[in-house]
Write a protein that binds this ligand. Structure first.
Ligand code: 5GP
Ligand code: ZN
Length: 114
């Protein structure tokens, strides 16, 4: 847990966010600057700085994040249409917030990455 990490603070309820799902392991909330009609961030409550910091002990957590992503996508009617689940890792990956998060994007035709 990082005192000053904004996503840790959101997970602890110390910063406001439009939370769409939460349980003991993860929190999902709307991105403050959405780039698609659906733009949700799914984060572990545990502070993991970026994807390279995961360990074998996080296997279940990462599987759970994917199951939560599919559940949210289904609830929003995206399971049939399709969607994108993205992790930006470190500087060249475009990561800005250094608390592991996955972007759930959908609701419009998304372009090829790059
Ligand atoms: P990254 O580039 O690190 O993968 O993405 C960080 C994302 O977090 C960005 O899409 C940005 O809009 C979002 N974000 C940054 N600060 C906040 C915040 O305080 N609240 C919410 N809901 N989203 C945030
Ligand atoms: Zn954090």
């Amino acid at each position: 847990m990082a005192e000053e990490c904004i996503f840790c603070r959101i997970a602890r309820g110390q910063l406001p966010a439009e939370v769409v799902y939460q349980d003991e392991q993860v929190v999902a909330f709307k991105d403050i600057r959405p780039v698609a009609p659906v733009h949700i961030l799914i984060i572990p409550r545990k502070h993991i700085p970026d994807l390279t910091a995961i360990t074998p002990a996080d296997k279940e957590l990462l599987g759970h994040i994917h199951l939560v992503a599919v559940q949210i996508a289904r609830e929003l009617g995206l399971a049939e249409r399709g969607f994108r689940l993205v992790n930006n890792c470190k500087e060249e990956g475009g990561q800005v917030v250094y608390h592991l998060h996955f972007h759930l994007l959908g609701g419009r035709q998304l372009r090829i990455l790059g």
